[in-house]
Design a protein around this ligand. Sequence first.
Ligand SMILES: Cc1ncc(COP(=O)(O)O)c(C=O)c1O
Length: 391
Amino acid sequence: MAKRITEHSQPEALASAMAFLSGRRVGASSFNRRRALQGLMMGTAGLALPPLAMGQVEIPPGQIRLMFNENPYGPSPKALAEVAKILPKTAYYPGAIENDLMGLFMARHRLDREQLFLASGSNEGLQAAMMAFGKRGKVVSPALTYSDHLHYAEKLGVEVHRVPLRGDMAIDLEAIARAVDDSVSLVYLCNPNNPTGMAIDGDELRSFCREISPKTPILIDEAYNELTDKPEYTSMVDLVRGGSNILVTRTFSKIFGMAGLRVGYGMGHPDIVSVVKDNVMAWPNGVGLYAAYHSYLDEEFIAFSRKKVLQGREMVNATFRRHGIDPLPSQTSFVYADIQRDADVFKEKMAARNVKIRGIYGGYDTYSRVSMGRIEELEVFDRIFSEVYTS
Ligand SMILES: Cc1ncc(COP(=O)(O)O)c(C=O)c1O
């Protein structure tokens, strides 16, 4: 049985844990984070706990993680400094920060409050929209796209009609338009698309939306908008401003590098927003909102992240091309390519060398997806990829 923490040691463990959470160092040596958190837990439960598996927030040493489209340069240092100040105050439910963050979105996108909602990651907003509209009819989506929320909704009885991509791997807007009839209650599009990384041309999508949205609401997932060549042109927020029957979702998980803090938001017609808000389940996470507020204002960090992602993308493209592989033209933080061999087998071989990439997804058996890591990690990726690919 583990030694029970004493009344004296408990405040010490608590102080250590708080120091960790606020990023401070304790004493002369670097602080042992895992110990402090374990101490904190033993102090409350008096149990011998297994070692913390912090996989979600701590990457095992030596692992290069290129499979979840995260931004390893985040979160913004300014946001982290601000979050450290707010942590001791988290006994209380979040209050004004929600309004403050909404105020930023309203100013930036020139929208009214009733055109906006917050969610625990954009995925929660997507799931809420799927459930709310999926109850009324079918959801139409591209066959190869981001689909966590689609699977969630299907498990709960929503019918999803998937429209194959075009031969060039682009989303087939014409076929989607043809699929929209009276039985359809929502169209889901991801722009740029995941996993292909390809963006639909802004004006093509605008005319699709003008034609279809009077019949059926359109949900456009813009998780990677800030990384596109022309973010404003590619976004459909202008249509939201104009009152179209559209919902656009955005996230703090990608360029802002806050995937672990779970903040997303939506912008849409007030009628759609109010339906989605009724179906969102989580209450906002105050620490996440606080970090989001300060990240949103940290233009230096946003520009830095974009530069690193674009630089990394060119490196990964170059790795593929050196081996005669033609990657799809990505406008995101990942690259998708036909590696002309079983993508799951290849993924396992890369994982055995401690480089994690994505394997088969959506039936595209020979396509791999590689997310951007730090530049030095992509240098290692280049070497390991070449060794595994040619072995
Ligand atoms: C296209 C797309 N939408 C939404 C999400 C979910 O992001 P969030 O962390 O905001 O829930 C992802 C995550 O990878 C994504 O790729």
